[in-house]
Design a protein around this ligand. Structure first.
Ligand code: ADP
Ligand code: MG
Ligand code: MG
Length: 193
């Protein structure tokens, strides 16, 4: 991952979020409060705007900018959680120049530290965890990402708003899992050049 790829990653993520804004909202309707599309769309619009105006010229600067933008501009659970993810990535990236899968791993840990969700709780963690694992094994593909999203369907939510509907969360895809999939599809696309 370099700065050009990182910027492209965020631009592609923004495009996907804007394209799928209504679907994200739709997913957040039966098991949430119908705002995930708006939250992500507003947040990512601010991110690309900040990239345009501030022109970050290192990956560190980019990750910092994404972190502060998401933390300050996105409400709901997803703002602080995605913000934490990028903060975790930034910390590792600054720390020891370790591999990108290690950086993603730290993003995952940071979400878990903030939200206390485990694998199987029907959250974005259920996409982040298998993605990090596959990236470590150099086996991350679009299929791996989509399978992880689909696998949230039969789960009963134990964290976030969806946990309020209990059993009735079963049978629905988790909205944050879906938006995380957009993030990782965008990452693969940016890395492919
Ligand atoms: P809110 O639930 O506050 O309206 P959003 O609708 O934007 O926020 O985001 C909901 C998504 O956030 C969920 O689909 C889930 O993936 C994720 N989420 C909620 N709580 C947690 C948590 N504690 N840990 C990880 N992810 C969570
Ligand atoms: Mg919501
Ligand atoms: Mg909300």
């Amino acid at each position: 991952m370099d700065i050009q790829t990182g910027i492209r990653w965020m631009e592609l993520f923004n495009e996907k979020v804007q394209q799928e804004k209504d679907y994200l909202t739709q997913l957040d309707t039966p098991i949430g409060d119908s705002d995930h599309g708006n939250n992500m769309s507003r947040g990512m619009a601010h991110v690309v705007e900040a990239i345009d105006t501030q022109s970050p010229n290192s990956l560190e600067e980019l990750l910092k900018l994404v972190t502060t933008t998401l933390l300050s501009k996105v409400g709901g659970a997803s703002g602080p959680l995605y913000g934490s993810a990028f903060m975790g990535m930034l910390k590792t990236y600054q720390g020891d120049g370790s591999s990108w899968s290690k950086v993603l791993q730290c993003g995952l840990e940071s979400i878990q530290k903030r939200g206390k969700a485990e694998i199987g709780d029907k959250t974005m963690i259920d996409v982040w965890a298998p993605v990090v694992q596959a990236a470590e094994n150099e086996q991350l593909t679009n299929e791996v990402i989509d399978e992880a999203v689909e696998a949230t369907k039969p789960l009963k939510a134990r964290k976030g708003r969806a946990s309020y509907v209990g059993e009735r969360s079963i049978g629905h895809i988790d909205p944050g899992a879906y938006s995380s999939a957009l993030l990782f599809h965008a990452m693969l696309e940016a890395e492919a050049g």
